[in-house]
Design a protein around this ligand. Structure first.
Ligand code: ZN
Ligand code: ZN
Length: 139
C-alpha cells in the first residue's frame, strides 16, 4: 500500500487519491468520521454522515412492523360483513377457508342458530385486531 494508490469516487467514478476525504471533482464526501460514533466511514455512508450502524439506530422503523400476512390475505371487514348478512348460510366460514364449518352452517340454515352464530362471529371479527385475525384465519 503506497500513497500513490487511488480509489474511485463512488459518486462520479473519477479516480481520486486514497487519502482524499472529499472528492475534488464532485464535492461529495468520500470518507469522513461518523457523526454518531466517530468511526471513519467511506463512500455512500460518508455522504450521509453516519455509519451503517448509526443509520440503523437513528431510523429503526424503516422495515415495516406489520407482519406480511396482514398486508395480504383475508379481510377482517369483509368477513364481518359476510357474517352479519350471510351468516345464516355460513358464507363467512367459506370465505375464511373453514369449509367444514360452512357446510354445517348451511345444513342448519333453516334454524336461526347459524344466523345468530354469524352475528356473534361478526362482532368478534370487528373487535379482533388485525394481527390476531390473520394469525387465526390466514394459512
Ligand atoms: Zn466525485
Ligand atoms: Zn456511527
Amino acid at each position: 500500500m503506497t500513497a500513490s494508490e487511488t480509489v474511485h469516487c463512488p459518486f462520479c467514478q473519477v479516480k481520486i487519491g486514497e487519502d482524499v476525504r472529499k472528492c475534488r471533482h464532485c464535492g461529495e464526501w468520500v470518507a469522513r468520521s461518523c457523526d454518531g460514533c466517530g468511526t471513519s466511514v467511506r463512500g455512500e455512508w460518508a455522504a450521509r454522515g453516519l455509519c451503517a450502524e448509526c443509520q440503523r439506530r437513528r431510523h429503526p422503523t424503516h422495515a415495516p412492523q406489520v407482519p406480511l400476512a396482514v398486508a395480504s390475505g383475508k379481510s377482517r371487514g369483509l368477513a364481518a360483513i359476510l357474517a352479519f348478512f350471510t351468516g345464516g348460510i355460513g358464507l363467512h366460514r367459506f370465505y375464511l377457508g373453514n369449509w367444514m364449518a360452512g357446510f354445517i352452517y348451511l345444513i342448519f340454515c333453516w334454524t336461526l342458530i347459524p344466523t345468530l352464530a354469524g352475528w356473534v362471529e361478526g362482532v368478534r371479527y370487528m373487535l379482533m385486531d388485525d394481527v390476531d385475525f390473520k394469525a387465526r384465519y390466514s394459512p
